[in-house]
Write a protein that binds this ligand. Structure first.
Ligand code: BGC
Length: 306
């Protein structure tokens, strides 16, 4: 996709830069093969050279697994469309309020009548713990500021003289890993709204703020989030992905360049987060799913140390 501007709300202009498709996935094949949140479920091994659906893999027998929490029919999940006489979703389009389009393009419907992972085999069939067949859409706000000393001067890495960037990272309740405070796009929701809502809920704990605090936070967030730089839009190498359900995201960077707005927020973990902190960005960081790639791209764009 070339550079373009989109208006997502009357006051919000986001600049879209590009879309990328990962060549392969690794976090949903894993080293110990067990599926997240259920270590009794073991993925069928898929070596690197058998990930592509174009390569025949005789004897490929992925385990069929959909978590009970998904099968119990919560609002965020689809029904089991593989059962006979079940109404079929409208794949590859906006189906009612549910966006079943993939950022990667048109996906294939497999021999069981369900979407096929566009990157390749994962060793698990079904939905695992994801609610939707096909793409499950998330949005990731990368909120950054320059690291500063007590005199409010921007700190640099002395070996290369590059300024050090920090971003707001949360610790996920499910895996304990540090991550961008992203979350799922609700049906019919604008991505710009998801970005703000998730950041508020997970990094500022707005779910438990008073009415006055909430108003103040909302005003400041509106100011910061009205200009964002798109960092990534596409498939995510997420440990929950299966042959039929996968995560996609849109990641935006909001940089508080002079450190006067978000850089001053008090961070409080909330909702799906158990910890939150300003984290120095460098090549050593370890993050959930493909988040390290998004952070690297952000650092490059802003000319920060890595
Ligand atoms: C997370 C996002 C992440 C996405 C894909 C969602 O559950 O909240 O931060 O990018 O999954 O891994």
């Amino acid at each position: 996709m070339g550079n373009q501007s989109i208006k997502t709300a009357t006051t919000t202009t986001f600049r879209i830069i590009h879309t990328k498709m990962p060549k392969t996935h690794t976090k949903c094949r894993g080293t110990n093969l067990s599926y997240p949140r259920n270590d009794k479920i073991l993925r069928f091994p898929v070596p690197d050279n058998k990930v592509s659906w174009d390569t025949p893999y005789t004897g490929y027998k992925p385990v069929d697994y959909t978590a009970d929490s998904v099968l119990s029919g919560p609002v965020w999940a689809d029904i089991d469309v593989r059962k006979p006489r079940t109404p079929q979703p409208r794949w590859n389009t906006v189906d009612g309020k549910i966006d079943r389009q993939s950022h990667t393009g048109h996906y294939v419907i497999d021999e069981f009548g369900v979407p096929r992972n566009p990157v390749g085999r994962t060793g698990v069939r079904g939905r695992g713990c994801l609610g939707r067949w096909g793409p499950n859409h998330a949005a990731d706000p990368i909120v950054t500021r320059w690291k500063r000393n007590e005199k409010f001067e921007v700190m640099k890495n002395t070996s290369n003289n590059k300024p050090v960037l920090q971003f707001v990272a949360i610790q996920r309740r499910d895996t304990g890993e540090w991550a961008i405070p992203g979350g799922m796009v609700d049906p019919g929701e604008q991505i710009s709204v998801t970005l703000k809502r998730e950041f508020g809920e997970e990094a500022l704990n707005t779910l438990e703020s008073s009415k006055d605090e909430k108003e103040d936070i909302t005003r400041k967030l509106n100011e910061l989030f009205c200009r964002g730089e798109e960092i990534y839009r596409g498939y995510v190498d997420d440990p929950r992905n299966t042959d039929n359900s996968w995560m996609e995201t849109v990641a935006f960077n909001f940089n508080d360049d002079d450190g006067t707005s978000v850089g001053k927020f008090n961070l409080h973990a909330g909702d799906d987060a158990v910890g939150v902190k300003w984290t120095d960005i460098n090549s050593e960081i370890k993050l959930y799913a493909s988040h390290k790639n998004f952070i690297h791209e952000t650092a490059k764009r802003l000319g920060a140390d890595w």
